[in-house]
Design a protein around this ligand. Structure first.
Ligand SMILES: [Zn+2]
Length: 413
């Protein structure tokens, strides 16, 4: 088995990806396939039929996650799982999520085609509602699997029409059995598009992802006083927006001095009362900061909390509230090393890197040795209709999965 060079079928991979894009394809060649909609059902049905066609057995768990298993020589042992998600955001792309599922399928197809029976079972999984675009939160089903979220709470989550997750799951016919949940595996491998510009900029084809970086998100409320834009002299105002500008400048100066890998975003800001002739009395804005090293995240929090002592020089009140945080999730070193070994064997240009975005693997990593493989995103675009990864890079990503599976499925326990 080791002497013969086995590669996936790039054309078949491309055709299958395009086939999936038909389930919810938009005018501008993107995809809208929100979780548990009719488009999602069609994509799921198609996925199941593709798997069954090559002799895989398909099971569904109580959160609607699908597992297709290719038998190994020994079947009473932990499998290697590949997968990701088939749902998309509204007007999303043709690669986010689906690439990891279809590449897993392509690996299984290749093994079957070459008559290779792996030593242990190979599972390809589609995790329900990764995007959280219809039912919040995101990464829902893997969150339930890893006990980060309570199933009963998730079942009652509603979309904007008031439909619950449970109703939607029942409607599309994907309520499975709790017994089918993924409880253990030798490894979980998730191929995903990078959703950032690093690989393309550095002319690399593969990212071996070592962790999903930790983050904090704060909401900062600056309170001043409203006055008439004509009547109040400048020195007598408590202008919450001018105060905010000073605070943000201060924040930017301090944060940019911390570390070049730190990323931070002020993505939301509301100005009150938001009228042209009224001095703003309140501004609320968010700041999201991410770094793999918890020490830098701690320093960011210290800087943010320090803002409350400042009045932004406009005599305003500053209140900081933490609304969300996440610790860095490190992937399994051995699985990462196996991926790297496979990439080297294939001769692809690569680097070890971090993921700034969350993925199914980040939750599964809490109980399964996991790793992620990134494929380049052209112009770094994702969650957009013009999301693009070249077919060649999709194929390379699938080959990395195949090579890693061959390596790990033959390794002694
Ligand atoms: Zn995704």
């Amino acid at each position: 088995m080791k002497t013969m060079k086995i590669l996936v079928n790039g054309e078949r991979l491309r055709n299958t990806l395009e086939e999936f894009a038909n389930f919810g394809r938009t005018e501008n060649n993107g995809v809208t396939r929100l979780a548990l909609t009719e488009e999602d059902r069609k994509a799921r049905d198609y996925f199941c039929s593709c798997c069954e066609k090559i002799g895989m057995s398909v099971k569904v768990d109580d959160m609607g996650t699908i597992y297709a298993t290719l038998e190994g020589v020994e079947n009473n042992t932990r499998p290697i799982v590949m997968g990701s998600h088939l749902d998309t955001v509204k007007k999303g792309g043709r690669f986010d999520g689906v690439l990891g599922v279809v590449a897993g399928l392509e690996v299984a197809r290749t093994l079957v085609e070459y008559g290779i029976k792996p030593k242990i079972p190979i599972v390809v999984a589609n995790f329900t509602n990764e995007e959280g675009a219809r039912f919040e939160p995101s990464i829902m089903a893997s969150g339930v699997l890893s006990r980060k979220f309570k199933k009963s709470v998730m079942m009652n989550k509603t979309d904007t029409d008031g439909v619950t997750f449970e109703e939607a799951l029942t409607t599309i016919g994907y309520v499975g059995d709790i017994k089918n949940r993924l409880t253990e595996a030798k490894a979980y491998l998730e191929l995903h598009v990078e959703q950032g510009p690093v690989l393309e900029t550095e002319s690399l084809s593969i990212g071996v992802v070592e962790c999903v970086v930790g983050m904090v998100c704060y909401e900062i409320e600056v309170t001043g006083e409203s006055d008439h834009a004509g009547g109040a002299p400048m020195h007598m105002r408590k202008d919450a927006l001018f105060s905010t500008i000073n605070l943000i400048t201060e924040l930017r100066e301090k944060l940019s001095g911390l570390d070049h890998e730190l990323v931070y975003t002020i993505g939301r800001m509301n100005v009150h009362p938001n009228l042209h002739a009224v001095v703003p009395n309140k501004v609320v804005f968010s700041i999201d900061a991410r770094h793999k090293d918890p020490e830098f995240v701690r320093q960011v929090e210290e800087i943010i909390q320090g803002l409350t002592h400042s009045h932004g020089k406009e005599n305003c009140q500053v209140k900081c509230t933490k609304i969300w945080d996440r610790d860095t999730v490190w992937f399994d070193k051995e699985v990462c090393d196996s991926v790297e070994q496979s990439v080297k064997k294939l001769g692809y240009r690569y680097k070890r890197m971090v993921s700034g975005a969350g993925h199914d693997a980040q939750f599964l990593a809490s109980y399964i040795p996991s790793a992620m493989v990134f494929a380049p995103s052209i112009n770094g675009k994702s969650h957009a209709e013009n999301e693009l990864t070249t077919w060649e890079d999709c194929e390379k990503g699938a080959n990395v999965l195949l090579e890693t599976v061959l390596l790990m499925a033959t390794k002694k326990e």
